[in-house]
Write a protein that binds this ligand. Structure first.
Ligand code: SF4
Length: 163
C-alpha cells in the first residue's frame, strides 16, 4: 500500500467516525432571530424530558463553535441580521440549519413589518424547513430526524472512496 493510499484510508476512517458521532449526537444551537417566543417554547418542550430529544442524542449547545445544527425561530429582524451571520460564520464546517416556524420560513404574521428584513433563507442556507405557527415538538423532532437522514450515508463522501 502506498503512502497516499494509507493516508486516504485514514482520512476515510476519520470521516466515518465524525459522521457517526454527528448523526448519533448532533449538538444544536438555538437562535431567536425575531420570534414572538411561541416557537421557542415549543423547541424548549422538544428538548426537555416530556419529549426528550436527548434520547436521539440531540444536545443543546451554547456556543456556535461546538454546534452542528443551528435552529432559528422567527423572521430575521434588522437587529438580529448581523448577529445571525456572525453566529453562522462561527460554526465549524459542516454546519446545518433548520428554519423553525412559519415566520422563519416566510416571515409569517410579521410579513412587511418595518423591522423585518426577510425570511431566514434570504441570509443563510437552510437545510430543513419545519412549518407551523408554532410547530409542535413532534414536528421539530421530525425535522431533526429528516436532517440526520439527509446526512446519512452517502452525503459525506471523500474523494476516492465512501466514508
Ligand atoms: S411562527 Fe407563530 S409562534 Fe413562531 S414566531 Fe411566528 S408567530 Fe410566533
Amino acid at each position: 500500500m502506498t503512502a497516499m493510499k494509507i493516508e486516504q484510508a485514514w482520512n476515510n476512517a476519520l470521516a466515518g467516525v465524525a459522521l457517526w458521532a454527528r448523526t448519533n449526537s448532533p449538538w444544536v444551537l438555538h437562535f431567536n432571530t425575531g420570534s414572538c417566543n411561541g416557537c421557542d417554547i415549543e423547541l424548549l418542550a422538544a428538548l426537555t424530558p416530556r419529549y426528550d430529544a436527548e434520547r436521539l442524542g440531540v444536545k443543546l449547545q451554547a456556543s456556535p463553535r461546538q454546534a452542528d445544527i443551528l435552529i432559528c425561530t422567527g423572521p430575521v429582524t434588522r437587529q438580529a441580521r448581523d448577529r445571525l451571520l456572525r453566529i453562522y460564520e462561527q460554526m465549524p464546517e459542516p454546519r446545518f440549519v433548520i428554519a423553525l416556524g412559519s415566520c422563519a420560513l416566510s416571515c409569517g404574521v410579521f410579513h412587511d413589518c418595518y423591522n423585518v428584513v426577510g425570511p431566514l433563507d434570504r441570509f443563510i442556507p437552510v437545510d430543513v424547513y419545519v412549518p407551523g405557527c408554532p410547530p409542535r415538538p413532534e414536528a421539530i423532532i421530525y425535522g431533526v430526524i429528516e436532517l440526520l437522514k439527509k446526512l446519512h450515508p452517502v452525503d459525506v463522501i471523500l474523494e476516492g472512496g465512501s466514508a
